[in-house]
Design a protein around this ligand. Structure first.
Ligand code: NAD
Length: 327
């Protein structure tokens, strides 16, 4: 077989395996940087060789957390991932791409990237109906019973103006304090500690016993609303609406109007994040105008109107795990 095809097949198998360990078993078997490097290598090879295109390739799909233990529910609106950037140059390229689509320079809403696990909360007429994980982006696991134990998630909304049906999107995370306590308890009873707060949050959300979940101290931050019509003309406005309805939103949000302002936000939080009571692995830069967001649309994997900027991982906070690349 063609050498390039063999390399592509190998990378796809390795990445499928890493995805399973990470999203389903919540036990990563590689460093994120290494995973991202393999993904970038596969993306480049596929771009050079469109003849080996495959819609099932891990470059084209949202990493799936689906398990057999929960009822699966279809998202009314897909749940996507985010494209990654690692440098100022890549942020500039993103803004330049957006500039091409608009007559006037766009505003960007910059947020922290919470290192937890994505959740979709359905509300009908202001009442909580269910909570579903990202799953494969199209269907997710119904983890409502576990999410009901997270006290900061409202069961009945405050204020007014919510759509009759909406899916509120955000992140379930485990604060450092809960994470430290949980791993200490696990060590006491001889259980393997969780690799990081993200895996601990994702693993906890997939527990069969909600009483265990309630004890573990999960929290949630919400940052998006999906409904048939936008709830506000801007992303920033949407966050304000979420707040008035009783959701916990991030206070580290800033509207930026240039790459310099975006980079200032990123540099600020790259230093200040160490003092936060939860883990953040980057910043998310989102086009603020909801109409422009809709015009820009999305690929099968990520919206075109947003990118993540990943902070450099700290050596000390990353538990090294050996990678078995033999698949
Ligand atoms: P991601 O974590 O890089 O970014 C997308 C996610 O960010 C969204 O689904 C959402 O849940 C979250 N998010 C947090 N704050 C947000 C905010 N303010 N606004 C919007 N979204 C926000 O993407 P992913 O698809 O979940 O995971 C891919 C990444 O996971 C890889 O780049 C890699 O770093 C890591 N990964 C590692 C391994 C491994 O073996 N180490 C395996 C699979 C994935």
């Amino acid at each position: 077989m063609n050498e390039v095809k063999q390399k592509i097949d190998h990378l796809r198998r390795v990445l499928d395996r890493l995805n399973h360990n990470y999203y389903v078993l919540n036990a990563p078997s590689a460093e994120d940087r290494e995973y991202d490097r393999l993904m970038a290598e596969l993306t480049a090879l596929e771009a050079e060789h469109p003849e080996f295109d495959d819609p099932n390739s891990p470059t084209r799909r949202v990493g799936s957390d689906l398990t057999r233990e929960f009822e699966q529910v279809r998202h009314r609106y897909p749940m996507l991932s985010l494209a990654n950037t690692y440098s100022e140059e890549e942020v500039r390229e993103f803004v330049a791409r957006i500039d091409k689509e608009t007559d006037t320079p766009a505003a960007y809403c910059c947020e922290l990237k919470f290192d937890g696990t994505a959740i979709s909360l359905t509300y009908e007429n202001g009442r909580f109906v269910r909570a579903v994980t990202r799953g494969d982006g199209t269907v997710g696991d119904d983890v409502s019973a576990n999410v009901r134990t997270i006290r900061s998630i409202p069961m009945n909304l405050m204020g007014e103006g919510w759509p009759a049906y909406m899916e509120v999107r955000g992140e379930i995370y485990m604060p450092h304090e809960s994470f430290g306590r949980l791993n200490a308890e696990r060590a006491d009873i001889g259980e393997e500690p969780f690799a990081n707060p993200r895996n601990a949050a994702a693993g906890t959300l997939k527990q069969q016993n909600s009483a265990v979940v309630a004890r573990r101290g999960l929290d949630a931050v919400l940052y998006a609303v999906q409904a048939d019509a936008p709830v506000a003309p801007s992303h920033y406005g949407t966050l304000q609406m979420l707040k008035t309805w009783g959701f916990k939103t991030s206070s580290a949000v800033r509207l930026c109007r240039s790459v310099d302002e975006i980079m200032e936000y990123i540099r600020h939080w790259d230093t200040e994040r160490h003092a936060l009571p939860y883990e953040t692995d980057g910043a998310v830069i989102k086009v603020d105008d909801t109409k422009l967001q809709r015009d820009l649309g999305a690929t099968a994997k990520a919206p075109r109107w947003a990118v993540a900027y990943k902070f450099k991982a700290e050596q000390a906070s990353t538990r090294l795990v050996s990678v078995d690349f033999q698949v």
